[in-house]
Write a protein that binds this ligand. Structure first.
Ligand code: SAM
Length: 193
């Protein structure tokens, strides 16, 4: 199994994984920031965390949280196959419950789990951040629903919370935020103080 096969397997099983253009942008950020510690919310089968580690020549430590135990166990096995078990730590559970138990500081956050929990994830990421940390939130424009006035969609709860996330980061004076229209939308927030 190589990284392309991990990607293809996830796609064939309709497991949503990071889009290529989003990964390209994050690659640039990672190469500039050279993070030592990353926290990912939403591991799925480990594709993005393995990519992040590889981009950094595996000179990074990643904690990644996944709710679905089948996916988490597949991620653990994929990470082992790639020889990255000392670099990537999969935590099985609901990020809403796990986050309050963490107390370390992280250089980069990659939020890619339940969209309706993004505002909660942001609060916890801020608590675990330091000056200069970067908080990335994927799917922030959610197929365009977030910026449109279409509100009868079954995904209305997610859209409401993604809008709340955007409002929170924009109003937070300790953050400098850009919303990038790539992939499914990526919010990039730098912690200023
Ligand atoms: N980051 C992965 C990648 O690009 O390879 C894709 C993650 S996928 C978009 C989102 C994952 O978040 C799913 O596997 C889902 O089970 C998980 N998830 C959803 N809600 C969660 C929660 N509250 N805590 C932890 N994981 C959650």
């Amino acid at each position: 199994m190589n990284i392309e096969e991990i990607k293809e397997k996830a796609l064939s099983e309709r497991i949503p994984i990071i889009m290529d253009d989003t990964l390209e942008v994050i690659k640039k950020i990672l190469l500039e920031e050279k993070p030592k510690k990353i926290l990912e919310l939403g591991t799925a089968t480990g594709y993005s965390s393995i990519c992040f580690s590889n981009i950094l020549n595996n000179n990074v430590y990643i904690d990644t949280i996944e709710l679905d135990s089948n996916r988490a166990n597949e991620a653990i096995s994929n990470i082992k196959l790639m020889g990255l078990e000392n670099n990537i730590n999969v935590i099985i559970g609901n990020a809403v419950d796990i986050l309050p138990t963490l107390n370390e500081k992280y250089d980069i956050f990659f939020i890619d789990a339940a969209k309706s929990k993004y505002p909660i994830f942001l609060k916890e990421a801020l608590r675990l951040s330091h000056k200069g940390s970067v908080i990335l939130a994927d799917n922030i424009l959610y197929k365009g629903y977030v910026m449109s006035d279409y509100n009868k969609h079954k995904q209305r709860t997610a859209v409401t919370h993604l809008r709340e996330y955007i409002k929170d980061v924009n109003e937070n004076k300790t953050l400098q935020t850009e919303i990038l229209e790539i992939g499914d939308g990526l919010a990039v927030s730098r912690v200023l103080e």
